[in-house]
Design a protein around this ligand. Structure first.
Ligand SMILES: [Zn+2]
Length: 222
């Protein structure tokens, strides 16, 4: 998380999960360690200031003073409960640029940063994997689904495999730890192995799953 709070002592005090669905809380550090920095290059789309600590707030007011940045790859980050904001709406920011200072404005239990990541399709996602790294390579509105190749020999499962090793694909039937189907346009995976109708998928340098090729879709740039 050194990318958002440039201090090795920063730690997650409330993780992303069923009780904290929108983001993570990053704990109080003190001094210059409470400076907040832009996660990636982008444009400031929202700035809210002038709010104090107030535990009776609801809705968007719970965020207190906050900054939204729309990044060049389509992701959006939100930095909330700030005590000081150093950017204004429309500002172009670069990765590592100071945008504000940690605080306890809005509905807070104490000084901390509430950090959110929203994907290009608008869904909130767990920020933890990206606290000190780039966002994943993701499909967006400019991607087009490629129809599977029609098998030339009916009944021949091997011929139904319309993919090849190295293709970028999107799994459509992954189940998360709560038993919930993930949103279809989740993240690109690369096929690293194909065995008949099974594909082994990897993303961000790690092997993630083996799937039936009926459950993955191939996309290309439009
Ligand atoms: Zn929070």
């Amino acid at each position: 998380m050194n990318r958002i709070v440039l201090n090795a002592k920063a730690r997650i005090t409330t993780p992303f999960g069923p009780n904290h669905k929108n983001g993570v809380d990053i704990g109080w550090i003190g001094g210059d360690g409470d400076n907040i920095y832009a996660h990636s290059d982008g444009v400031v789309t929202t700035v809210v200031t002038g709010r104090k600590k107030n535990n009776n707030t609801s809705g968007m007011d719970t965020y207190g003073n906050y900054v939204d940045i729309k990044h060049d790859d389509g992701f959006l980050t939100r930095y909330a409960h700030l005590s000081q904001v150093d950017v204004k709406k429309g500002d172009r920011v670069v990765v590592g640029q100071k945008i504000g200072y940690m605080g306890e404005s809005g509905n807070t239990y104490g000084k901390h940063l509430h950090f959110e990541v929203r994907r290009p399709d608008g869904y909130s996602t767990n920020p933890t994997p990206y606290l000190d790294g780039d966002f994943p390579d993701m499909p967006n509105g400019s991607m087009k689904k490629v129809e599977p190749v029609v098998p030339e020999k009916p009944g021949d499962d091997y011929e139904k495999v319309a993919f090849k090793v190295g293709d970028k694909v999107v799994p459509i039937k992954l189940i998360d730890y709560n038993g919930t189907s993930l949103v279809k346009y989740d993240e690109y995976y690369t096929i690293t192995e194909l065995v008949y109708d099974r594909a082994v998928l990897s993303a961000r340098g790690q092997v993630w799953c083996a799937m039936n090729t009926n459950n993955i879709e191939l996309f290309e740039n439009q």
